[in-house]
Design a protein around this ligand. Structure first.
Ligand code: M6R
Length: 601
């Protein structure tokens, strides 16, 4: 996730303050970093890769005006990591520099408009339109503050923005759907995407709300909403600098679980044509409807692939999910109209890359569904679809799994051209409601109580059918990965073909039962089988069926569609795994023997 820091009033310490701020934002993950110094002149330095690259570059550079500046760590969403795509971005005359977090949805239209007016773009980013728009307004004679707000009014989408303008001892900022906070400390004022960026200087903060602008000048700051000033309350945060890399959470995993509502909104942003009742995804413009789809993936991503394959089969498209490590050496039959989709958060998993390469050699078209712009999978495949979850630091995949499921829904609808506008509309509305429902689960979950009561089992089983089956597998994987306890996921119907022999009063069974169709009823039959053998049953349910009657405890999710119910049930199971591991005092973010990115076969 990108990070922003800006400061004014730090005198000769401006450069070090900005670099320290960027360092404090490193935990968010980034692939390039940059700084703009403002004041009489505007000067920018930016570098791909580690912050150290930028620091080395700055050592060879004069300190410029030295009294104000803005800095940025970039996590690519539009255009691969590179010096030229790094922030800050400037206008052609070098009078304006801007840093941006978020996604500008109408950037293509704005780029086209500016190109017609003769602007030459120097990056692939959506963000670069902003300095050019501000420059246009300055050319039209507007003073900097008005030029900034007039430019921002042209933007659709999410943004946290900070800008400096030549000749102005000020930082201009604006926020919409992407966090921005001001820090105040006497004559020094800071602005950042996240409090940790400036916490070593001040704990007194002012949070900006959507639609608000702020102007920071030496010794003062003002916030306004459109044309009117807004009274803001200065709050004091209680965090210590040590806590803040995790934004106050004990672990990155928990923080990332809680970031899911934002990640899911981000994944859908700009990809829904509400009016037309369809999904519109620029990255997939060239993608033709395949005869068949094969998914290749590992671990959690394989569970996402199982979910997507079922959606495609339901829509009448032959589809199958394969473990990438098996596929690479024994691929399934392929025709030139087969699409092979590599589902991989990192885009660097060796098994998945091998499977995709094998598919490509055999003539299939390939698509990478990944979180990392410019990753090997994204570069090597014919197409790439980004899940936009932001960086995930915890080894256990959480928000990336949820974002994969949402992105796979978009892909499936795009490939099947929908079963009808009405169905697509109802899917759009279910996906739109999902972030709020995930928040509800996070707010109300009784997972910690369930762990208190049932967490000392000898082994833990997870069962489900249909779309709830990959969720059961994922629940078990998450559980074993971070608790080191024995956990297995099964298709509910398979229990009686072997695993039932393991079931005792010491093996809690988590049964995912959503909806109340034939599948749900059959799973309830399996619940009765384990219950009669004395196993404690924890139902994860939307309450549509009567599974609660046979359960010892219930983890509730809101009522929704089958596709989104599976995603909500998964959030409950993430929390079960987390709380169990917490109670057992495990190294949750770095489980033993495991790595975030598995680059060996
Ligand atoms: O980066 P990928 O999605 O390709 O990674 C695949 C697996 O290694 C990964 O999903 C792993 O299973 C998770 N860390 C489990 O939480």
């Amino acid at each position: 996730m990108c990070g922003i820091i800006g400061c004014i009033g730090r005198g000769g310490d401006t450069k070090e303050t900005l670099l320290a701020g960027l360092k404090n934002l490193e935990y968010r993950g980034y692939d390039s970093a940059g700084i703009a110094f403002g004041g009489e002149t505007v000067t920018v330095e930016k570098r791909e890769g580690e912050l150290e690259n930028l620091r080395r570059q700055l050592e060879t550079t004069e300190a410029f005006d030295g009294s104000l500046g803005i800095g940025h760590t970039r996590w690519s969403t539009h255009g691969p990591p590179s010096d030229r795509n790094s922030h800050p971005h400037m206008d052609e005359a070098g009078r304006v520099a801007v840093v941006h977090n978020g996604i500008i949805e109408n950037y293509q239209a704005l780029r086209d408009e500016l190109r017609v007016e003769g602007v030459e773009f120097t990056s692939d980013t959506d963000s670069e339109v902003v300095p050019h728009l501000i420059a246009r307004q300055l050319d039209a004679g507007k003073p900097p503050e008005e030029a900034f707000t007039a430019a921002v009014e042209r933007l659709d989408g999410s943004y946290a923005l900070a800008a400096v303008v030549e000749g102005e001892h000020a930082i201009f900022t604006a926020r919409n759907d992407s966090p921005l906070v001001i820090g105040v400390d006497g004559d020094a004022t800071f602005v950042a995407s996240d409090v940790p960026a400036f916490l070593e200087y001040t704990r007194d903060v002012v949070y900006l709300e959507n639609g608000e602008y702020a102007v920071l000048r030496p010794g003062n700051w003002t916030v306004f909403d459109g044309a009117s000033p807004v009274e803001k309350v200065v709050k004091t945060v209680e965090w210590s600098p040590e806590q803040t890399g995790k934004s106050g959470y004990d672990h990155f995993m928990l923080k990332e679980i809680h970031e899911q509502p934002t990640a899911l909104r981000q994944c859908l942003r700009g990809r829904v044509d509400e009016f037309g009742g369809r999904f519109s995804v620029d990255e997939l413009d060239e993608l033709e409807r395949p005869d068949a789809v094969q998914f290749v993936a590992c671990g959690t991503s394989y569970h996402a692939a199982l979910y997507a394959a079922e959606l495609l089969r339901d829509a009448g498209v032959p589809a199958q999910a394969y473990l990438a490590s098996e596929y690479a050496l024994g691929p399934a039959p392929i025709t030139p109209d087969t699409l092979v989709v590599g589902v991989t958060q990192s885009g660097e998993t060796a098994d998945t890359l091998s499977a995709l390469r094998e598919a490509s050699v055999r003539g299939a078209r390939t698509l990478a569904l990944t979180n990392v712009v410019g990753s090997t999978a994204a570069r090597e495949c014919d197409h790439a679809l980004y899940i936009r979850a932001g960086p995930e630091i915890g080894v256990a995949a959480t928000k990336t799994f949820s974002s994969q499921l949402v992105a796979l829904n978009v892909l499936v609808e795009r490939l099947t051209a929908a079963t009808g506008v009405e169905q697509t509309r109802s899917l759009i509305s279910a996906l739109r409601e999902l972030p709020e429902q995930v928040q509800q689960v996070l707010d109300d979950s009784k997972a910690a109580d369930v762990v208190d009561e049932f967490g000392d089992g000898n082994a833990f089983f997870f069962i489900g059918r249909g779309l709830d089956f990959p969720v059961a597998l994922e629940g078990a994987l998450k559980f074993k990965e971070i608790t080191y306890e024995h956990a297995e996921g099964f298709a509910a119907g398979e229990l009686k073909h072997g695993p039932l022999a393991l079931v005792t009063e010491n093996t809690p069974v988590f049964a995912v039962v959503t909806g109340d169709d034939e599948r749900a009823q059959k799973t309830i039959g399996n619940v009765k089988e384990v219950e009669s053998r004395g196993a404690p049953v924890i139902a994860v349910t939307d309450g549509q069926s009567d599974v609660e009657r046979y359960a010892d405890a219930v983890l509730e999710i809101p009522r929704t569609t089958a596709r989104t119910a599976a995603m909500l049930a998964n959030v409950q199971l993430q929390l079960v795994a987390y709380h169990t591991a917490y109670e057992l005092d495990r190294t949750i973010d770095k489980p033993r023997n495991l790595a975030k990115s598995v680059t060996v076969e």
